[in-house]
Design a protein around this ligand. Structure first.
Ligand code: NAP
Length: 344
């Protein structure tokens, strides 16, 4: 995925815009290895069968999130995916124009060997959509505000064990663990259901077929309330068992301290994260809400820790990060080779 250019790496996509070329020492750019795409195409989905569906919630929460596992054995999807990729689901019925619903992508929450250890069972972390309709275009009814339930997530949450579901995939080429995970240390940052791929990756690193990874791993999880933490018991138990695994909970609506993931890392920079970002083995993964990406990049620029994680092109400069606004960042700031990003 990375094209060599002297002692520099040209980042994917830079062919179109050479100004994104940055200096990076060889050992720190991740080699992601082979990845399959679209073994099952959206135009020819295959039938999977739900084998488990469990609530991820603990205590009283305003959200409903489920861990749904689907058996895809006997289909080309089986054994073709890697942790961090996504798979597609096609909800039954038609859209407003009378066409079959388009495929919706869901992050895999399982390791590369699936939930069953043989690559036959995929899983995801899916949150119910319960919202109020609001107009998006001028031509939309500006007064309409009825209940909006979306198309696919509630369908997936409603499925019972034994139900059939149309699936496709895998999709996604870059949000992956390196081909040799032992070459790196990991900072996994999630907001909400952005935790899904890390549930697969952490299981792969700590409980995969070989010895547990000796890498240092930090998982930073941001949610509104403690009752929204997902797979919390699992990650807490891994932190007890594995000296190199560190689990950080960041709660944005706590009565004690209201914090976002970037502000938490900022606060803990000197005690925990500065040496981690300075370490050439470190890879940073971001998954969840779009806003977290710019927050992290700004914060890293302020600490002088951008190298390899953030790329900036003119007219913006790292030194003038205080002047970056959302619009200029969208055009001129992007992830470096040591940042792997899946945000929406
Ligand atoms: P959620 O439970 O609402 O949690 C999101 C948390 O992030 C809240 O604590 C929120 O705080 C905080 N937050 C809001 N703005 C932030 C910012 N700019 N920087 C850092 N933290 C911020 O999350 P959710 O409803 O599950 O949504 C997760 C998002 O991840 C969805 O958009 C989903 O599409 C996406 N996602 C992406 C993937 C993927 O890319 N593969 C996979 C799964 C999910 P407050 O609400 O208190 O302000």
């Amino acid at each position: 995925m990375l094209l060599m250019s002297g002692s520099y790496h040209t980042i994917q996509g830079a062919e179109k815009n050479p100004s994104y070329t940055v200096a990076v020492n060889d050992p720190i750019a991740p080699e992601l290895g082979e990845v399959q795409m679209h073994a099952v195409k959206p135009k020819a989905p295959v039938v999977g069968r739900v084998v488990s569906t469990e609530s991820c919630m603990q205590g009283r929460s305003a959200s409903f999130v489920r861990h749904v596992s689907i058996d895809v054995s006997g289909t080309p999807l089986a054994g073709s995916f890697r942790a961090g990729q996504a798979f597609g689901v096609i909800a039954p019925g038609e859209d407003g124009r009378g066409k079959a619903h388009a495929v919706r992508l869901y992050s895999l929450a399982c390791p590369t060997l699936g939930e069953d250890g043989s690559g036959n069972v995929v899983s995801t972390t899916v949150k119910r959509v319960i919202d109020e309709y609001s107009a998006e275009k001028e031509t939309d009814d500006q007064e309409a505000h009825h209940l909006f339930l979306g198309v696919c997530s509630n369908y997936l949450c409603d499925l019972k064990v034994g139900d059939e579901v149309l699936v496709t995939g895998p999709a996604g080429k870059r949000f992956l663990l390196p081909a040799d995970p032992s070459k790196h240390d990991y900072l996994f940052i999630a907001t909400g259901t952005g935790i899904a791929p890390y549930y697969g990756m952490v299981r792969e690193l700590l409980q995969g077929s070989g010895d547990p990874a000796s890498s240092e791993i930090h998982l930073v999880m941001g949610t509104p309330y403690t009752t929204d933490l997902l797979y919390d018991e699992y990650f807490a138990s891994m932190a007890e068992e594995h000296e190199g695994f560190h689990y950080h909970r960041v709660i944005s609506r706590s009565d004690v301290r209201r914090e976002y993931v970037d502000r938490y890392i900022d606060r803990e920079m000197d005690s925990t994260f500065r040496s981690f970002f300075s370490n050439p083995r470190t890879l940073m993964y971001l998954c969840g809400l779009e806003g977290m990406e710019s927050g992290m990049y700004r914060m890293l620029a302020r600490h002088g820790l951008s190298e390899g994680f953030v790329e900036v092109k003119e007219p913006l400069t790292l030194e003038e990060h205080e002047t970056w606004d959302a619009k200029s960042m969208k055009r001129n700031v992007k992830s470096g080779p040591r940042s792997l990003v899946e945000v929406y």
